[in-house]
Design a protein around this ligand. Structure first.
Ligand code: C5P
Length: 235
């Protein structure tokens, strides 16, 4: 199988307040390395990677201490107010590095350290010829409720139509840049790259991924992953 070339963006300028930790969650330790390093290595280990931009808070004191801050394949961009601003800055940096408008870009959360190589390969393989691009996603498994302001159930939602959006999300550089810039200028709510593409009138494709590619959000997520990796002998 031919290796599809791609660029990568890892927005890592968030604070992650739900972790209630003394530092941004991407700098918490998991099996001897930071969460961010694990997330980066999921991409760095792939032979199709052309280069990677990580968006960091301008006053980030932790990054220079990481070994991968010296990796020549990684460039940094300034983080912005929202995730979409951080990703847009990284895309501009990629353009400056020589990436073309038609090149594929994979955007992956800094706090998703458990991306399986098989999921990454399936995403690249299934979307290689797609006109729009898409994302890893997982079908909802629980019964879902819509809630009113009083905290009581308004209705049960048809879960067969609901998927959780994961990362990486894979789009072509030019259309993604235009969609993010347009959505931000219009004040639209953009919580992932796909929602910017949707705002631009596109329909991203969902590629079913593993549910253990979780975004570390709460303390119990980190405990769960640490235990899992320990059981697998990964630490
Ligand atoms: O907060 P949440 O977990 O949804 O953030 C998703 C990703 O976006 C994280 O990797 C976070 O570091 C990043 N982010 C960013 N710039 C912001 C906010 C979030 O790079 N202003």
């Amino acid at each position: 199988m031919k290796t599809l070339p791609f660029w990568a963006v890892v927005p890592a300028a968030g604070i992650g307040s739900r972790m209630r930790a003394d530092r941004p969650k991407q700098y918490l330790q998991l099996a001897g390395r930071t969460i961010l390093e694990h997330s980066l290595h999921c991409l760095l280990d792939h032979p199709g990677l052309q280069g990677l931009v990580v968006s960091l808070a301008t006053d980030d004191p932790y990054w220079p201490d990481l070994a991968c801050s010296k990796d020549s394949r990684i460039q940094r961009a300034d983080g912005g107010r929202e995730r979409a601003d951080s990703v847009l800055n990284a895309l501009l940096r990629l353009e400056a590095l020589g990436a073309a408008a038609g090149d594929w870009v994979l955007v992956h959360d800094a706090a998703r350290p458990n991306l399986a190589r098989s999921d990454l390969d399936r995403l690249l393989d299934e979307l290689a010829d797609d006109p729009v691009g898409g994302l890893l996603a997982v079908p909802a498994r629980d019964t879902l409720k819509r809630v009113g302001a009083d905290g009581r159930v308004v209705e049960t939602v048809d879960r067969s139509l609901i998927w959780q959006a994961y990362t990486p999300q894979m789009f072509r550089l030019g259309p993604l840049r235009a969609a993010l810039a347009g959505a931000l200028a219009a004040g639209a709510t953009v919580t992932d790259e796909a929602s910017a593409m949707e705002w631009a009138g596109q329909s991203p494709r969902l590629v079913e991924g593993r549910s253990d590619n979780l975004k570390v959000t709460r303390p119990e997520d980190l405990q769960w992953l640490a235990q899992r990796w320990h059981d697998q002998g990964r630490d």
